[in-house]
Design a binder for this molecule. Structure first.
Ligand code: FES
Length: 568
């Protein structure tokens, strides 16, 4: 290996630490890496970075050590030098106040570690909801050739002979417990059966959605997004990703060349067809924004009117990710969606999306990936709503809603914050009826802060015990992709920044009309102007706040822009 740092900008010579003498910087770097036992031969090879997002606090990433081992094997078999490095890891249930608050921090961490360290390509290993979006945001900004490797979904569990999975069934069974139909002992037993293996939630929640979208974006190996976390195929996909990364390290496409307008359009088609998570839309907007592309919510809505839901998975359908995988996964779905896709979009393998669709395996008798002649739902899973309550848009996953509530006018029952909701929702004296509309505000990106998954407001206990299963619920919050119900989310602008949601009062009438894409507060303009004059932002937005929380509160954007930081 030459000591001349100008002979090649690759491998160990990339991104030298600044000492005012590049030759000395390289000399020092070699000295320290030799201290780790590397030989000169190893140091002449292309370097593939591998993110290590293992954490005892992240069971969805429990298989990461084995995946890293396999990626390294693939890199070495292809003649590269694998270098593992740690980044932040985030799990949905272990991040306070909410994982979304930390997504941008993980994106910044990952981006800067890719930029700072010498790597010619990077394998991004992620899975739990916020990790894959954060890694893709980072990859776009760092623009080093990258390949995404998903940790993979869990296998299903069983309780009393019924197939179960996280977390659509977590919510359904918890709802039964709240309604008094499942006692404490049984709910404890169930908590040990809903998530029976390592890996990510195995319904079409946010993690599964992102697993599909990375294939649609062309930045993961075809078919790799849906392989269960515990299967040998998952390990082989890791090895293959390592091999592919070495090809990328020698001049493969960069994220900026893969993540084009066509790739984002393809991903919107797939998001509608899989019955995907509403969070997927926020994350796509953030990743696209880093690419200088704006996700057009109207276009997303138009796609939803044309593209049916074809994948029969919970919460829109009945099955789980392992069933989708064995039915042919994303490649088989792409084949069914051919007419809606930009078939010449490039992928990380060098194949086009069209070529991947063409060679998808046809599984005789499978019923999970439907034909367009026999869809799960005739239109896509999500709609974008507008109206005087949501001037910059709101989203509803109507595929997982109650059809009879999709056109509904009801009386508002308002909760001023997540804390207010927790305090009063089960109050027996709460003035609420089944045909009212539950309103939650100050739960958006700045208001909560962190835009928690609080949009799935629980049915008030007294109504749940009376058998009410669904109500119209609206908020500026998010909801888990695993949830279901007639739930309007992501109202923008959020109430904490002066959005009209902040002007709703108990007893106002609200109109939801999904076929007309309308969300209206039926109060006169004069009255709304009067209320706006009296409106004040939440106290925490006028305080001096230090550290990451201060950075977040000053910089986070609204949901329609992906909740990224304005300076990213
Ligand atoms: Fe990690 Fe559901 S909690 S994917």
């Amino acid at each position: 290996m030459s000591n001349d740092p100008k002979s090649s900008p690759t491998g160990l010579r990339r991104n030298l630490a600044s000492h005012g003498d590049p030759g000395f910087s390289l000399f020092l770097r070699k000295a320290f890496i030799k201290a780790a036992g590397f030989s000169d031969d190893a140091l002449d090879r292309p370097i593939v970075g591998i993110t290590n997002t293992f954490s005892d606090f992240n069971p969805c990433h429990g298989n990461v050590p084995r995946l890293i081992e396999a990626v390294k094997r693939g890199v070495m078999l292809a003649g590269g030098l694998p270098m593992e490095f740690p980044t932040i890891s985030i799990h949905e249930s272990f991040a306070n106040p909410t994982s979304m608050f930390l997504r941008n921090l993980m994106a910044i961490d990952t981006e800067e570690m890719i930029r700072a360290q010498p790597m010619d390509a990077v394998v991004l290993i992620g899975g739990c909801d916020k990790t894959v979006p954060a890694q893709l945001m980072a990859a776009v900004s760092a623009d080093v050739p990258a390949i995404q490797l998903i940790t993979g979904p869990m296998l299903v569990g069983y309780h009393k002979g019924e197939m179960l999975g996280a977390c659509t069934d977590c919510r359904r069974l918890w709802g039964q417990h709240r309604a008094g139909a499942m006692d404490q002992d049984e709910v404890e037993v169930v908590s040990g059966r809903l998530a029976p293996t390592q890996g990510t939630c195995m319904v079409m929640g946010t993690a599964s959605t992102m697993g599909c979208l990375v294939e649609a974006l062309g930045i993961a190996l075809p078919g790799s997004g849906s392989i269960p976390a515990t299967h040998a195929d998952r390990i082989r996909a890791a090895e293959a990703s390592g091999r592919q990364a070495v090809k990328l390290a020698k001049g493969g496409p960069r994220p900026s060349e893969l993540l084009t307008e066509a790739a984002f359009r393809n991903s919107m088609v797939v998001l509608q067809a899989i019955g995907g998570s509403t969070n997927g839309l926020v994350h796509l907007a953030a990743i696209a924004r880093r690419s200088g592309i704006r996700i057009d919510l109207e276009e997303f809505d138009r796609i939803g009117r044309q593209v049916p839901v074809l994948v029969d998975l919970k919460p829109s359908g009945a099955n789980y990710m392992e069933h989708f995988h064995w039915a042919g996964g994303v490649p088989r779905l792409l084949q069914e969606l051919r007419d809606h896709l930009a078939l010449d979009a490039a992928t990380v393998t060098g194949e086009t999306i069209g070529a991947i669709a063409d060679r998808a395996e046809d599984i005789p008798g499978q019923t999970i990936i439907r034909s367009r002649a026999n869809p799960v739902k005739a239109t896509g899973s999500m709609a974008v709503l507008r109206g005087n309550l949501a001037p910059s848009g709101a989203v509803i996953k109507h595929a997982a809603a109650s059809p009879e509530l999709l056109q509904h006018t009801g009386r508002a029952v308002v909760f001023d914050s997540v804390e207010d909701l927790v305090t009063r929702i089960d109050d027996p004296d709460l003035d609420v009826a089944a045909d009212d509309i539950l309103v939650l505000r100050n739960a958006g990106p700045k208001g909560a802060p962190g835009m928690p998954e609080a949009g799935y407001l629980p049915i008030p206990k007294k109504l749940a015990q009376a058998g009410v299963k669904d109500m119209v619920r609206i908020s500026d919050a998010r909801m888990s992709g695993t949830a279901f119900g007639t739930i309007v989310l992501h109202i923008a602008p959020e109430s904490a920044t002066g959005g009209p949601l902040g002007l709703v009062q108990n007893g106002d009438l609200i109109l939801l009309d999904v076929s007309e894409r309308r969300l209206e507060l039926l109060v006169s303009e004069d009255e709304l102007e009067r209320r706006a004059r009296d409106w004040r932002p939440p106290a925490h937005l006028s305080e001096e706040v230090r550290g990451y929380r201060g950075l977040y509160l000053r910089s986070v954007l609204q949901a329609d822009e992906g909740c990224d930081f304005d300076f990213c």
